[in-house]
Design a protein around this ligand. Structure first.
Ligand code: LER
Ligand code: MN
Length: 273
């Protein structure tokens, strides 16, 4: 298992990213702190040049394991469950650009809040159908490009769809596309899962990506989540993907990424050798 941390390619409004803005500067800091990769939060993938990112990543010896898409919801209110059919169509086009970028960078694409948030009560069933359809289209497009997609369980206060492992797996079953798996995020799991380790075991080989933040969404080690137990459980299900830090830059960005890796690296090394 390798360690990465989330940085944004632009001045994102989402709080839980370590650095925003200049990707080169962010990568330099992330590499210096000892991480193996950077996960990129990208609002407009069409404006990001894959060659530029690849050459910067190579310069700093970093991989790019995943591309986040949530800023399209956060800043443009685009979603797979918009009541506006034109928006549902538009988001598929935008996600295709993320998929193309991910193919070039050998990354996976994250589906977080672009699924949408809270449908009007009378729209619940219809919106759930749109989500299944939308994820189906994203999955087909990703499969054609040889890219994997990770649907993130997000807590009940941020969205009504796919909060935990149980309802996310149910949704994936309805979609029926093996290119789509799960992203588990310890911040959300701490709210939604009765037993986080057991939920990892239930998700099993559907776990495609893993976000870590502590219970207070600070860096791992700043709260009360037992990361050793979770990493050991990931190893026990055969997970050998990325553990990506997605936490608030507190007390400041550089300190948070340093403290985060000081907590996680020994655990990963002790677990996986
Ligand atoms: C994004 O990865 C995430 O965890 C969400 O909280 C976005 O709102
Ligand atoms: Mn997350």
């Amino acid at each position: 298992m390798n360690l990465s941390v989330v940085v944004s390619t632009h001045q994102a409004s989402f709080e839980a990213v370590s650095f925003k803005g200049s990707v080169g500067d962010s990568m330099a800091a992330v590499a210096a702190a000892g991480y193996d990769g950077v996960e990129l939060a990208v609002r407009n993938a069409g404006e990001v040049r894959a060659e530029e990112i690849s050459s910067l990543a190579a310069r700093y010896g970093l991989s790019v394991p995943a591309i986040g898409t949530g800023q399209m919801w956060g800043e443009e209110r685009l979603s797979l469950t918009s009541e506006d059919a034109a928006v549902r169509e538009a988001i598929l086009g935008r996600l295709d650009e993320h998929i193309a970028l991910a193919a070039d960078l050998d990354a996976l694409v994250i589906i977080g809040l672009v699924r949408g948030v809270f449908p009007r009560e009378e729209m619940r069933e219809t919106a759930a159908g749109w989500l299944v359809e939308g994820l189906g289209a994203v999955g087909e497009s990703a499969a054609r490009a040889g890219v994997r997609v990770a649907l993130e369980g997000i807590n009940r206060y941020e969205t009504a769809y796919a909060n935990g492992v149980a309802d996310s797996l149910e949704l994936l079953d309805r979609v029926g596309n093996d290119s789509i798996g799960l992203l588990l995020d310890t911040f959300h799991m701490n709210i939604e899962e009765p037993d986080m380790a057991e939920s990892i075991r239930i998700a099993g080989d559907r776990v495609f990506h893993f976000h870590v933040a502590d219970s207070n969404r600070w860096y791992p080690g700043a709260g009360h989540i037992d990361f050793r137990e979770l990493v050991e459980t990931l190893a026990s299900i055969g997970y050998d993907g990325w553990i990506s830090g997605e936490f608030v830059p507190k007390p400041d960005g550089p300190t948070s990424i340093r403290k985060g890796i000081e907590h996680m690296r020994p655990i990963v090394t002790a677990t996986t050798g």
